[in-house]
Design a protein around this ligand. Sequence first.
Ligand code: HEM
Length: 524
Amino acid sequence: MERVHAVQDLVQHNQSITIVGTASVLLALFYLCGRENPVPGFPIVSVQHKGWRVLLPQSLVWILDGKKVLATGFAKHPDGFQIKATTGYRIILPNRYAHELRNHPHLSLTEAFQTDLMVEYPGFDSMRLGLRDEKFIGSVIKERLTQSLGPITGDVVDEMASAIYDAFGNSYDWTTREIKNDVLEIVARASSRVFLGKKLARNRRLLVISKDHTIDMVMASEQLRLLPSVLRPVIYWLIPACTRLRKEVHDAKTLIVPEIAVIRNQMQQAIDSGAEPPKMTNAIAWMIEKSEGHDDADFVAGQLALSSAAIHTTSETLCRCIAQICETPEIVQPLREEIISVLAQEGWSRTALPKLQLLDSFLKEVHRFRPLSLTSMYRLVKKPVSLNDGTLLPAGTRLKIDDTMVHDSTLFSNAGTFEVARFQRLRKQSGEEHQHQFVSLTPDIMAFGYGRHACPGRFFASHELKIALCVLLLQYDIRSVPDADQPRNQEFENFIVVAPTMKVQLRRRTEEFDLTSTAMYSGA
Ligand code: HEM
């Protein structure tokens, strides 16, 4: 027996040595790597912790305690400062620069991500595509997807309703769900229906890839960033997230490439027979159309880029909407009344969704009240930029702009209160009818960014979110779990994400009319 204890002691002792050793090596690596020079002219902000956390390098403090770093920075240096991230320094500028920098030709969003996400490694194909042809995905979204919101409505409603039914079922009794995964699955299915077409949208492996690929890219690059650059090419092959990334790209290719050939064929046959090419309602076809003359276009990377940009952002927003409904249940009745009145008259016609002004205001207020990030407009300065007040931004600088104006009471009356009709009221003012929409871009709410890199997918996101909320609000009652506290949101650098353990209760209600019946499209 004693021998067993002795062995256990030895094992525990060895484990402690291993843990302490590994922690020391990692800390040493943290200090050694990313020794990029700070940007001249901007004070460096650091936040000191107590206890063992005093050992943490500032790049880790930024990851773990970004909100405090930003608050400390703006309290001490309201004109801007820099923080240390794992890939070097970032300038944080006050919100007043957003307007001046919004369309600056020397600032790039894609190139800012280049160092953060290890685009040169296999598996990061979707990020590489953005760098090779910055305009390709943007043009597919702006010139095809956004122009097709009418024709794709039927597909989105169909997939959304069936995904919501699969997730939440048909029980008229309250059921408790951990909502985050359900919502991610619902959004992934509805988005994939439009990105990949009906057949591939129901492919289980592709759905899993569309949900996991973004997370794996963030995890893989985060782990690679912790290593000194000389070790990365070797350790890359040992990191499980990197292996998953390569497999995801490989499997996506295996499944999507044959479908590309089928669609190409259909389009060619129509052209050969002299008929009008069929109006396609999925992004594979739109990519083929937009890549005319570019035979080397990588449609699989394009698909991964689309799902990476679209699915988690939209699902985080929908989770926040559900959390808000639980917190202020009195908003449900007016939202339902608006949906019933508009859809009963118009069905899913082209003009119906824009008439849901309270729902639009709800979505914008959710973005204001429960932001996804504390900063926006991440940019790399490609050539030196001199600002109007003489501030110099050297080439190579990466910057972010403060996006916490959403809490400013001088801009938003009662800023600390959720007001569902806030933006609908503002739209009723004369001359402001077309402003204050969910998709409108302003420097005071930059959930979709601002300027030339602002989110091109926001019109589709708005369309999808409104359809999801129409289905959810008419088919289900939603409430908080009685006597249970919601877990706190999780924070990471400047980002805020809904806790994966967030729970709500749902029960089926009898909807006023069948949202998926063909009658709903008769006036479309
Ligand atoms: C509620 C959902 C969404 C949110 C909150 C969101 C947010 C953002 C933000 C903050 C940016 C950076 C803008 C800037 O820095 O100025 C961005 C860029 C982008 N988004 Fe979205 N997004 C959403 C949905 C989508 C969807 C559905 C798509 C695709 C269909 C999409 C595609 C893109 C692309 C391609 C870019 C890069 C634009 C560029 O490089 O110029 N997003 N998005």
